[in-house]
Ligand binder design. Structure first.
Ligand code: C2E
Ligand code: CA
Ligand code: CA
Ligand code: CA
Length: 281
């Protein structure tokens, strides 16, 4: 290092170099991946905790990399956010998920699936014309707005509230429903919740992890579920992994759950098997 003992910031850090090189490579490859359709969507069931029926699915993006194989979002979402590629990727997922959902409905009108839930990044939402792109995706797929649930983050709802809320109201007026993803990890105040133009809270896995072992967490979740009920909001508990967690949530009156206990994210064909009329999880 040139700057002497204190200049640790100048020292060559091979891991950092590797990480940066990898980020640059991912960044470059993402554009080609969009053009050559290397993205795929898996789907994870969302269960009605009273009946055990699948009522919805969440779409989760994967990158089928020609050399590295199937990559989860952890490998590329952050870089895609930074570079802006997330807008094209997210819009593709939206169109694909609606096409897939319309196909399921056409193949089996009796299936218990009522909606597909799609993750929307803040950057994608704030790129002008989002509401129009949602409308176009619905039209293109021949999908009803009621079939779509959009998952957004707490911070998006709180920042630039006016423009974002106006768009959310427009989407809800069309019949599209809105969920706050990872609810509880951000800083939305409970008093705000009453006014927010949203329909569903997806209660973050970190709350569910400890409901059986921590009285405090149990009390928290119980209170959020009760509050949501009073505000006419639905709750989906995320990351349900154990039967005991499911039972505790059901006792609290939490209406919906999602997690490895019911199913991992799966390919579309497996959803068909899970969601036919009599299937229960
Ligand atoms: P998320 O939206 O919170 O999605 C839930 C993540 O938790 C998924 O990981 C899912 O596979 C995982 N999960 C579900 N149940 C369980 C469980 O019981 N235990 C554990 N340990 N994990 C569970 P995945 O598919 O790797 O996605 C990670 C994140 O990537 C998502 O978190 C979401 O923030 C982002 N993401 C995925 N697809 C999209 C997309 O199309 N657009 C955008 N903007 N982000 C996406
Ligand atoms: Ca999500
Ligand atoms: Ca989540
Ligand atoms: Ca998450």
């Amino acid at each position: 290092a040139k700057g002497g003992a204190k200049g640790t910031w100048q020292r060559y850090q091979p891991e950092l170099h590797t990480a940066m090189t990898e980020r640059l490579e991912v960044r470059a490859a993402l554009h080609e991946a969009i053009d050559t359709q290397q993205f795929r969507t898996m789907y994870q069931p969302i269960i009605d905790l009273e009946t055990g029926l699948i009522t919805g699915v969440e779409s989760l993006v994967r990158w089928e990399h020609p050399v590295r194989g199937l990559l989860g979002p952890y490998h590329f979402i952050e870089v895609a956010e930074e570079s802006g590629a997330i807008v094209a990727i997210g819009d593709w997922v939206l169109r694909e998920a609606l096409r897939q959902f319309a196909r399921w409905r056409a193949d089996d009108p009796d299936m218990t699936l009522r909606y597909v839930s799609v993750n929307v990044s803040a950057r994608q939402f704030r790129t002008p014309g989002f509401v129009d792109r949602v409308r176009a995706a619905l039209d293109e797929a021949g999908a009803k707005p009621e079939w779509l649930l959009l998952e957004i983050t707490e911070s998006l709802v709180l920042r630039d509230a006016e423009q974002v809320w106006a768009d959310l109201r427009m989407l809800r007026a069309m019949g599209v429903r809105i969920a706050i993803d990872d609810f509880g990890t951000g800083y939305s105040s409970l008093s705000y919740l009453r006014q927010m133009p949203v329909d569903v809270l997806k209660l973050d896995k970190s709350f569910i992890d400890d409901i059986l072992t921590s009285d405090q967490q149990h009390t928290m979740v119980d209170a959020i579920v009760a509050l949501a009920r009073n505000l006419d909001l639905k709750v989906i508990a995320e990351g349900v992994e154990e039967p005991g967690q499911r039972a505790a949530l059901a006792r609290m009156g939490c209406p919906y759950g999602q997690g490895y206990l019911f199913s991992r994210p799966v390919w579309p064909a497996e959803i068909v098997a899970l969601a036919h009329a009599e299937a229960q999880l």
